[in-house]
Write a protein of this length. Structure first.
Length: 121
């Protein structure tokens, strides 16, 4: 009996782990050039967070991205622009961020000093 319970618990844990997507830490330029358009450009890729009129809709966790204009950012279009940030996210492995788990805005100097990052714009 004890063996069956242990086996059931291990099987359940493995099933949950297999179905869970791995969180990735992505750091780079967070860009918001116009309303409802967001992406993150890191050393590996340009990750689409959301685009205006996109059928995919709003990304889960988008509310975790605070108003980037309250900290260091570059204004490019009225109240819109770009900043430096690190995010914990789940991606589709190709080009889209599917879920935002955390967001932390950084000093612009951090991204400017990173030679692996392409300058936005």
């Amino acid at each position: 009996m004890k063996y069956h319970i242990t086996a059931a618990v291990i099987t359940a844990a493995l099933t949950i782990a297999a179905n869970a997507q791995a969180a990735e830490t992505r750091c780079g330029w967070i860009e918001n050039p116009t309303p409802a358009n967001w992406w993150l450009e890191d050393a590996e890729n340009t990750w689409t967070i959301m685009t205006q009129g996109d059928d995919a809709g709003e990304v889960e966790g988008i509310e975790l991205i605070s108003d980037i204009s309250e900290h260091e950012y570059v204004r490019t279009n009225g109240n819109y622009g770009y900043a430096c940030a690190c995010m914990s996210v789940e991606t589709d492995g190709k080009q889209r961020i599917k879920k935002i788990l955390s967001f932390r805005q950084l000093k612009l100097a951090r991204c400017r000093a990173d030679k692996a990052l392409k300058f936005p714009g």
